[in-house]
Design a binder for this molecule. Sequence first.
Ligand SMILES: Nc1ncnc2c1ncn2[C@@H]1O[C@H](COP(=O)(O)OP(=O)(O)OP(=O)(O)O)[C@@H](O)[C@H]1O
Length: 813
Amino acid sequence: MYRVPDCEPDEDGIIECPVMILRDIVVFPRMISPVFIPPGANLLAIQEAQFNFQTVIGLVQRDPEVDEPTAQDFLPIGTELAVGRLLSMPEGNNSALVQGRRRVEVVEFVQEEPFFRVRARVIEEPADVDRTIDALMRTARDLFERCVQLDRSLPDEAHLYSMNLSEPGWLADMIATAISLPFKERQALLLLPDPIERLKRVNWLLAQELDVLQLEDEIQTRVQSEVDRSQREYYLREQMKAIQTELGEGDIWLREINELRGRVEQADLPDEARAAAVRELERLTQMPAMAPEVGIIRNYLDWILDLPWRTATEDNLDVRHAAKVLEDNHYGLGRAKDRIIEYIAVRSLKPKRLRQPILCFVGPPGTGKTSLGRSIAESLGRKFVRLSLGGVRDEAEIRGHRRTYIGALPGRILQTIKRAGSINPLFMLDEIDKLGADFRGDPAAALLEVLDPEQNNAFSDHFLELSFDLSQVMFITTANSMASIPPALLDRMEVIEFPGYIEEEKLEISRRFLIPRQLEESGLEDLEIKFLDEAVKRIVREYTYEAGVRNLEREIGRMCRKVARLKSEKRPYPTRLGAAQVEKFLGPPQFFQTEAERQDEVGVATAMAWTENGGEIMPVEVLILEGKGNLQITGQVGEVMQESAQAALSYLKSRARELKIDSEVFEGLDIHIHIPEGAIPKDGPSAGITLATALISAFTERPVFKEVGMTGEITLRGRVLPVGGVREKVLAAHRAGLKTVILPERNMKDLVDVPKRVRDELKLVPVSHMDQVLAVAIAPEASRPPRVSKSKPKEKVKAGEDSSAGAPPAAAE
Ligand SMILES: Nc1ncnc2c1ncn2[C@@H]1O[C@H](COP(=O)(O)OP(=O)(O)OP(=O)(O)O)[C@@H](O)[C@H]1O
């Protein structure tokens, strides 16, 4: 049986016990605490006390840092302690539970070695509790309860325990033991023998502790809510993952990466592209799904994977097949067709990789450049893609933006190749003559790399930063005018001209292609509807004014739709469409061939001009007014044409005598030259002989023959120099109904390109000198008496006002 140690006080209330040194703890009466007992004074003291079934007196060191305390180093008040059984620990140490019994006040130290022994007076505490004390205790319990609620280290039972304590001193000691207090505070409480004072002190400490705990709690809550917010997403995502795994879907992000990895592994990529793809994939794997860079890298990888690095279509090198496809889809265009057939023939004989020709189709709109390109692709069995370069001003449009730009993409070349889905499509670059350039770089320079067979096997795009092989692409460029193609580009291309069609050709194209196509598009193919030649001719002459056939096709389409409407409204409709139906369906004619109706006139000559839309004829008018010898030219005339007018006038003056013009007449007159169609800019030297003819006619009063058209540059001595665009000019003259065409002698060779029929129908007059022009173009006799100088009577001459029809929308030369 375990006997509870005891120490009976003598009559003076004094007990004498061994001392247990409490270095850094305070054990209050009635409180239980574990203590660590190393070998030494404390162990000896305890052993002796236990031997005598005695208690010990726990004396608290004033300063826990002191290693060998003397009698002065202890607080004067201590606690009588009952020490429980010693439990052995390693290295000769022991531990034991001690329980405080009562406060004692040291009276004297009776022994110091080998352990302290003191005589101490027992401090009695009154057990009765009055109402003030009751209030104090209630406050202490309330405060303590709130502390227990806030301080997680205090067990809930601690509060229940406090409820059961009826003595204020006991309550104070219990609370002081439970809550966390600085050592000094505990010492101070031990030294307070008055239980009321102690409880007051404890209440004060509790209130402070509560403040701290509340503050801690607030901070904790705030921090918690911050953490919660950032962790919320994480938890949700984790939950989503768990749900997906549960549903057998796995982690989407992981799945996407795996999918990408699979695609990279399977894709047929060149080494460089594969290395880049693997590198980017690795970067992607390291990133969380929500990282901002993920989109950029995915986009890049998608591009690498979607480009046809090695996917090629097989060329059909059957020459007969190609010839048939081309012939079936297009009328005429012999040179372009021949060039393609030749290419296929050479390829079939020399199957080793042949350099792709880079063709440039130049001609007015609607002459079949694009549609022939499409047929070439069909005949070769290649994919067909188009890219319009009109208005491209930025190099990045061709070559792409670097990946550092937001929303960067590869340039249009690679975008189009991706669309083609093969590395060897037929790639049509439309409107290469409309390429712009500005501060953002020159797109022509980037195109040079695209079109240069020496470089284009490693075309580098800014976005991709990998070289892409464009050498198997068959590039065909198109342009309306050769003049505005950057020379370096032109140099790399083989130009094939699409000169525009004469009436017969248009008739044939309509018969074979346009009419059947439009009938089909309007749902009339089964109705046996027939367009008569006279109808097509009328559309060509009076409703369209073009070198190509685009408007002709549009007007034919309009007629077909009118018929379709009549049919669907169940009204009678014509099956044979003639000239009369044209006007009925298309309204009044848009253009008139006025040349035939014009009179031979003084001061008006007809120039033949070249425009992007094909040839044009253009009247040149000269008006002579009283004045001071000034020359004025109007009608948006460029510098070269103005100089040409000056040259023509100088020539006229130098020949005044031969032409029977009074040489003094020039000083008193102003000359106004006007070239109508004022909205169209005109330039170039080729109107030289026309200007001279109109001037000479105006001064000599000899009328110009209305059916004569001319082109040619003039020198001061009257020599006629060759000009460009002869074929278009001659066709325009023919179209306009002129009968005679005056051309520089050295341009006669260009007539081989003019259809024979046109050559037969026109009188083509080669000239090398102005005299020859005059002999053909103007009447030998003046219609009125010629002008004389100021001193002689004179008459104002008015030149013709007529202008030819048509409004071509581009610059004329
Ligand atoms: N020789 C031809 N044979 C058959 N159809 C033709 C011929 N020439 C032109 N066409 C037809 O005329 C229409 C216009 O041709 P296309 O679009 O190829 O003109 P384009 O020369 O490319 O014009 P642009 O310079 O404006 O691009 C097409 O429907 C085309 O089929």
